[in-house]
Design a protein around this ligand. Structure first.
Ligand code: FES
Ligand code: FES
Length: 162
């Protein structure tokens, strides 16, 4: 996405903390603001066109592609990134399951898949395989063939239900 407009100060809540970022261009994406101005490189930039899901974050609790959200849109709102899912230095059950199931290879798609899986399991704690596939349809992985990703979501669902 090209940049444009004047630089602005962005004030928002990110992962539970009030944050400010200076020098954000109005035409920049939220993804770029997170990665380049807020030191949160977990959300990945793989397409910048809303097609791969690698940049998935929560905006006011709703799953969005951060590359499609203008940086100014989250002003005063709440963003949660993949970094915000871990608590007290411990991986979230979804993150742990991705590691254990071998669902991480190059890892480029992983942050987006983890946020999307987290969202799915919050809405549907016991998803069927078709429901998992549907929920993750917007997240592209070039490496794993998806079986291990499905295993990871099933494992996370079991652990969260226990
Ligand atoms: S980088 Fe946002 S959807 Fe691909
Ligand atoms: S693990 Fe490489 S793109 Fe998914």
């Amino acid at each position: 996405m090209g940049v444009g407009g004047a630089p602005v100060r962005l004030s928002l809540t990110v992962n539970g903390e009030e944050r400010e970022a200076d020098g954000v261009w109005e035409g920049e994406s939220l993804l770029s603001a997170l990665r380049d101005h807020l030191d949160l490189p977990g959300s990945k930039n793989a397409c910048e066109q809303g097609e791969c899901g690698s940049c998935s974050v929560y905006l006011d609790g709703e799953l969005v592609c951060a590359c499609l959200v203008l940086a100014a849109q989250p002003e005063g709102r709440e963003v949660v990134t993949v970094e915000g899912l871990a608590a007290d230095g411990e991986l979230h059950a979804v993150q742990q399951a991705f590691v254990e199931a071998g669902a991480v290879q190059c890892g480029f798609c992983t942050p987006g898949l983890i946020v999307a899986s987290h969202d799915l399991l919050a809405r549907k704690p016991r998803p069927t395989d078709p429901e998992i596939r549907e929920a993750l349809a917007g997240n592209l992985c070039r490496c794993t063939g998806y079986e291990k990703i499905l295993d990871a979501v099933r494992l996370a669902a079991q652990r969260l239900a226990a």
